[in-house]
Write a protein that binds this ligand. Structure first.
Ligand code: UDP
Length: 231
């Protein structure tokens, strides 16, 4: 049995719209995850908030408050994507590190395990529950906590490059790179806090572009066209 933590960036879910959701994109993700669940994979999911709100880009309000809005944005993303997953025949649950009445349930490792045992896809909304962190860090943290075999990072870019491929046409893509090299060269995989957490706890990662055909299914089966980050 393979347990994977899938991190979806908010922007990737927005598709060409750049904000909100592109239902076709999210339904495509759901269909792929359905195949994995049917194949016996256990899937946990963390979703970014960039399609709604980023705490650090808000200039005029207090950072802690801005980050609280960001964390709630990730909960909305989880509820939406979870419902699309249900429309594709999967059972899901949204767990958060803080109470939101009856809308979500409080995260714990035991609760996660219980849901995985019932073939449910488990969404981890609300980030770490603390400001000044990111959903990158949340994804690495939850992957470690739930004993995931690896962390799959589905992004708008198709792997890890030695420089920004948007501004440098000669940027070179890595097939494989160590987490130490990611840290030393500050490569764009996950942010520094998340990178250090992944290194200290030996959590391997796979970075790939969400929009390739069957991209998530292939990555889960080890058929990787993106970049493998070793520990
Ligand atoms: N956020 C937070 N703590 C967390 C996770 C997320 O405060 O543990 C907030 C933060 O404001 C962040 C936003 O939620 O900007 C969306 O998360 P994401 O990781 O997508 O943001 P990004 O790293 O792209 O700014």
């Amino acid at each position: 049995m393979k347990r994977l933590l899938l991190k979806l960036s908010g922007e990737a879910l927005a598709g060409d719209r750049k904000t909100g959701f592109d239902e076709e994109v999210v339904t495509g993700v759901a269909k792929q995850v359905r195949k994995l669940v049917d194949d016996g994979f256990q899937i946990g999911i963390v979703i970014g908030g960039g399609n709604f709100w980023r705490g650090r880009s808000s200039k005029n309000i207090n950072r802690t408050k801005a980050d609280e809005i960001g964390m709630l944005a990730t909960v909305m993303n989880c509820i939406y994507v979870s419902e699309i997953f249900r429309s594709q025949g999967m059972m899901t649950s949204v767990l958060t590190p803080f109470e939101i009445g009856g809308i979500t349930k409080l995260f714990s490792k035991d609760r996660s395990n219980k849901y995985f045992a019932h073939n449910m896809v488990v969404f981890y909304g609300g980030g770490t529950g603390s400001p000044y962190f990111s959903t990158d860090t949340t994804a690495v943290l939850r992957a470690i906590e739930i004993d995931a075999d690896e962390l799959l990072l589905a992004k708008a870019v198709d792997g890890v490059y030695d420089s920004d491929p948007k501004s440098n046409p000669n940027a070179r893509k890595y097939d494989e790179v160590s987490i130490q090299e990611v840290i030393d060269k500050q490569l764009q995989v996950v942010d520094m806090t998340a990178s250090i957490l992944a290194k200290e706890n030996r959590m391997p990662m796979v970075v790939f572009g969400l929009d390739g055909e069957d991209s998530i299914v292939n990555a889960a089966h080890g058929k990787i066209t993106g970049t493998r980050v070793t520990v």
